[in-house]
Design a protein around this ligand. Sequence first.
Ligand code: NI
Length: 254
Amino acid sequence: MFVDTHSHIYSEEFSSDRNEVIARAIKAGVNKIILPNIDSSTIKPMLDLTDSDPQLFIPLLGLHPTSVKEDFRQELEIMEYWFGKRKFAGIGEIGIDLYWDKTFINEQIETFRIQIGWAKRGRIPIVIHVRDSFYEVIEVLQQEKNESLTGVFHSFTGTAEHAAQVIDLGFKIGIGGIVTFKNSGLDSIVQHIDLQNILLETDSPWLAPVPHRGRRNESAFITAVAAKIASLHETSIEEVARITTQNAQQLFGF
Ligand code: NI
């Protein structure tokens, strides 16, 4: 049984065939799908999907760093409203993205800090989006760290030293389709990361693993990620599934 710890299956990319995608996920052995939020516009589709199958879907709440603009305070107010109204297994996805646009770097850092505060208050994990911002994210985490703060570096693409820093901080490493890409270099790093520190994810609809690379991603393809990790660790897919599922259960508390 697999947990897809990162899927945006509530998004429009799946509007024409979402039920088929869900059926394929279940058939592939996925029994939990964790849904990270993006901004105020995605909360309703995410919660509607969750309510359609509360056993399968686990929603998170957060403002994605690429959605941090002039109106970030209003966005955060909407999140706070929902945080008081519904149960969320974590805060995400949150973080810093300096790849697309650096205009709002200060707002991104402030928004990240505020949302880490919510996670600490609720004693729930954070799902972190890092893009060209590893040191900025680590700096914030070192300042904000307390005994309860934990989470995952989603779609990890760093070096072995980065992985060691993440694990030292008590965080997990989210691995998805990139590990199957030729020349990503991630395979040789994942090979040396203890399975106890790894979470499986797809980041659907993005980052489909080989042999689906370049197409829309979906939770069923998590088996290709698990197979790659199993071969890197010279173990079985079942063992990868067992340990990473346990990691996800411990982190998100289900
Ligand atoms: Ni995402």
